[in-house]
Design a protein around this ligand. Structure first.
Ligand code: SF4
Length: 401
């Protein structure tokens, strides 16, 4: 825990997450965002059967290890894990093998697991987990503000500039460990976003669901949100906090099945505290957001039941449940992004036709990413946005904006 902890840049959430670790005395730094070089390195070291996030994660680690001044004896890689069944549960093992083969045996790997809903690490695991949670919620809310304002901005680039300024202000507040300072950043966000020059117009709103890394990472998803915006849409993205609530849901279910009352109570208490923190962070900005409130995971799982038993878990449960949730909220289309060969996401594509049928044939587009540049992506998106507009009109709702 005295070593430098390298946190992968899966999404902007990594910035306040590392700040929370620093508050508790851990020397955490965020690695560079994945790029073409990360992808090329990852592909050269993997067998080709892995999924796209695996390539970029491997590439990011190798890139970091090649930087001047990198000291393996002083390095810990932060790589959360799961108990499976998808490949993510094997990332840690693969990274260990690759690091050892590169002569970097001294690099440690720290892997909080979704199995116990990331119970934390370091000397203050519970407090650290909650501070990370506050940072994640803040980053999710800032991203919602960004995506609900950017398509309508009068001065191009203003929303992104404000978003990044606030993201780093949030990280600074989180690093102090003060919840009220973090709430203060959300109050500042409300003031600054409401002062942006905005020109509202009717746009179809698209719900973005799918594999968590891909939907959050602009490089790997080839800037999908901006592409939809440039074609006349607005995007609501499933949040990262949704996944963390989902791990609580899983831990509660397992405790119930095992008859472990202590574990159940502990997880339930943590879930309640998380909800309180979410409420504190949301309150200042709620009136600016149309997509302010997250539906509870239990409601998403109820959405699943006709198609998929939630006890099977995996991201499939969230993607299906959230897509239905978005449709119930009146959105005009569902975009489902998936890495090639991703087991949970491929399951979703098999179920999607039945879900669509029951949702008045809501436009639904699966985009599969295979680590190559997708050449026809704009053509497919153009047709999809057209369908979404027509779907909104057909339902008499018109495009919302
Ligand atoms: S969810 Fe899919 S893409 Fe993500 S790690 Fe698992 S198999 Fe790979």
């Amino acid at each position: 825990m005295t070593k430098t902890i390298y946190v992968p840049y899966m999404a902007d959430h990594a910035v306040p997450m590392a700040a929370a670790m620093r508050h508790y005395g851990l020397n955490a730094v965020v690695m560079d965002e994945p790029d073409a070089e990360s992808l090329a390195i990852g592909q050269s070291l993997c067998l080709g059967k892995e999924c796209l996030p695996c390539f970029t994660c491997v590439g990011d680690i190798v890139k970091q290890s090649r930087k001047p001044g990198f000291n393996p004896a002083n390095a810990t890689l932060f790589m959360p894990t799961t108990g499976g069944p998808c490949r993510f549960g094997q990332y840690r093992a693969l990274h260990r093998v690759l690091l050892d083969e590169m002569g970097l045996q001294a690099v440690d790997i720290i892997s909080p697991t979704a199995e116990n809903s990331y119970q934390g690490f370091g000397e203050h695991p519970v407090a650290l987990r909650l501070l990370i949670w506050r940072g994640v919620v803040g980053a999710d809310l800032l991203r919602k503000l960004r995506y609900e304002h950017r398509p309508y901005e009068v001065n191009v680039g203003e929303t992104d500039a404000l978003y990044y300024e606030l993201l780093y202000a949030l990280a600074d507040a989180i690093e102090t460990g003060s919840g009220s300072r973090a709430v203060g950043v959300m109050k500042e966000a409300a003031r600054r976003f409401s002062a942006l020059s905005i020109h509202r117009e009717a746009r179809p709103i698209i719900g973005l669901v799918g594999e968590i890394y891909l939907r959050a990472n602009d490089f790997t998803n080839q800037d999908i949100v901006r592409r939809i915006e440039s074609l006349g849409g607005e995007v609501w993205v499933a949040t990262l906090m949704e996944w963390l609530y989902f791990t609580n849901y899983g831990a509660l279910s397992r405790a119930r099945m095992a008859g472990d009352a202590f574990d159940w109570l502990k997880t339930q208490a943590a879930d309640l505290v998380q909800r309180r923190i979410e409420h504190e962070m949301l309150k200042p900005v709620a009136s600016l957001l149309r997509n302010a409130h997250e539906s509870p995971v239990s409601a998403l799982m109820e959405n699943d039941r006709p198609y998929y038993d939630p006890v099977l878990g995996t991201e499939s449960a969230l993607s299906i449940g959230k897509a239905i949730d978005f449709a119930k909220l009146g959105l005009s289309g569902i975009l489902h992004v998936l890495p090639l060969n991703c087991m949970p996401a491929t399951t979703v594509t098999g179920i999607a036709p039945k879900v669509r049928q029951d949702l008045d044939r809501i436009p639904w587009l699966d985009i599969t990413y295979d680590a190559q540049a997708i050449t026809n992506i704009n053509t497919r998106l153009e047709a999809f946005i057209y369908q979404a507009r027509e779907y909104g009109r057909r339902r008499g709702e018109g495009a919302r904006g």
